[in-house]
Design a protein around this ligand. Structure first.
Ligand SMILES: *[C@@H]1O[C@H](CO)[C@@H](O)[C@H](O)[C@H]1NC(C)=O
Ligand SMILES: *[C@@H]1O[C@H](CO)[C@@H](O)[C@H](O)[C@H]1NC(C)=O
Length: 398
């Protein structure tokens, strides 16, 4: 989440033309090319949501070591804000969760939310025009996840899938399960990395600056309309340098997109991966996704988008947005969280643990590494030994 630059970007609208999120990036690095490069089979599947978005799913049907025979349970992986299916594969077979699951005999399906690099299509709307971007993570939860999971179940014939989400991929899981009860039997278990529901204690300095302004009910949405969030390289470099001055970490990390995802202040990032991370991230989102998170930071609620009281009444029938009833979720759920996560703070994760039904919440694992941050859950050094071995154990024993 890049809030300072976002403010600056909004204020300078009309003056500065933001560079497209993928400007200057080599478009040849994709989930497909990365996975193929490691010698695994990969399939691409297109799925249309009930509101017309055309999403790309990536599938590693089986590992070259385990082969295609036998019934394989399905693992469904959902990425976070500004990310994509590439998250799970770019670290390679030793540390990429998608390969590790594949080696365990899973049929691995990776989602891509509307608006990201692989899901920028719609039956009737052009991504070049504003109406395409009129969505936020609530829609990912109620449209994208259902369409993708139904497609997986249809194509594979399995009864249920194991859900693994990171960051916004956990938020959308909560949205789905609190809004569409028919899915609860579709998940054998859920494994939520850096879970984001309540956000009042988000420690990102970007949020403390951006939140009060941009987290107001419907701030800017009516003024500027929904738009693609286009990080501007110059602004990112500038604010990256400012941010990292305080955190005293290397410029190499600060001036790239990592800091935008909450990747500062960790000694764990595997620098070998930087070129691949930068080639695939940021993967695009709507500004509304960021506004909705900032509203949570401001209000202290985990609830639907706040349009302001009069439009809320039209949308929801009441003046305040409905809260997500996390207590009602009964999918066996495992949380994995850490002390140095600027987006999923300890206090907010504790609140989530408190509200979840104790019968559903099977475990909440606080990583022993004190400096582990939001994106180390994907790309930290030794992430396999520190985190994924445990996640896989939990999945197999769920
Ligand atoms: C998930 O599906 C498997 C096989 O299809 C079945 O044995 C199992 O009971 C299901 N689990 C849940 C929680 O529904
Ligand atoms: C860092 O990433 C590289 C490239 O995927 C990988 O070979 C290496 O094992 C990783 N290092 C650690 C300590 O996780």
């Amino acid at each position: 989440m890049l809030l300072l630059p976002l403010i600056a970007g909004l204020l300078s609208l009309g003056l500065a033309v933001a560079l497209p999120a993928d400007a200057g990036r080599s478009s040849s690095v994709t989930t497909v090319s990365i996975v193929k490069g490691h010698g695994y089979d990969i399939e691409e599947h297109q799925v249309q949501t009930s509101d017309g978005y055309i999403l790309t799913m990536h599938r590693i049907p089986y590992s070259k070591n385990t082969g295609p025979d036998g019934r394989r349970p399905v693992a469904f992986l959902m990425h976070g804000l500004l990310c994509s299916s590439s998250d799970w594969v770019l670290a390679g077979p030793h540390s990429g969760l998608a390969y590790l699951l594949s080696e365990q005999g899973f049929d691995v399906w990776m989602g891509n939310a509307r608006g990201n690099t692989y899901s920028k299509k719609h039956a009737t709307k052009s991504p070049l025009l504003q109406p395409f971007w009129n969505f936020e993570w609530h829609d990912i939860g109620i449209y994208d996840l259902p369409a993708m999971i139904d497609n997986v179940i249809y194509k594979t014939g399995v009864e249920n899938v194991t859900y693994i989400g990171h960051s916004q991929g956990t938020t959308s899981f909560f949205v789905l399960n609190t809004n569409i009860p028919r899915f609860k039997s579709r998940f054998s278990s859920a494994h939520l990395l850096a879970p984001v529901a309540w956000m009042e204690h988000m420690e990102s300095p970007l949020a403390t600056v951006g939140g009060p302004l941009l987290g107001q009910p419907n701030a800017f949405v009516e003024v500027f309309g929904s738009a693609e969030f286009l990080p501007n390289t110059q602004l990112m470099n500038m604010f990256g340098a400012l941010m990292c001055h305080d955190q005293a970490i290397s410029q190499a990390i600060c001036t790239n997109t990592l800091f935008l995802l909450g990747g500062w202040g960790s000694p764990y990032i595997n620098e070998t991966l930087l070129p691949e991370i930068m080639a695939t991230t940021p993967a695009g989102c709507s500004v509304n996704q960021i506004f909705h998170y900032l509203q949570e930071y401001n209000s202290g609620y985990f609830r639907q988008f706040d349009y302001g009281s009069s439009r809320n009444k039209k949308e929801y029938g009441i003046k305040t947005p409905p809260e997500y009833d996390v207590e009602s979720i009964d999918v066996p759920t495992y949380l994995y969280y850490s002390d140095n996560d600027y987006f999923a703070s300890l206090i907010d994760v504790d609140k989530l643990r408190y509200y979840m039904d104790p019968k559903a919440l099977r475990s909440a694992y606080r990583l022993p590494e004190e400096k582990w941050n939001h994106i180390d859950f994907l790309w930290g050094l030794n992430v396999k030994e520190i985190l994924y071995d445990r996640v896989i154990d939990d999945i197999l024993n769920a």
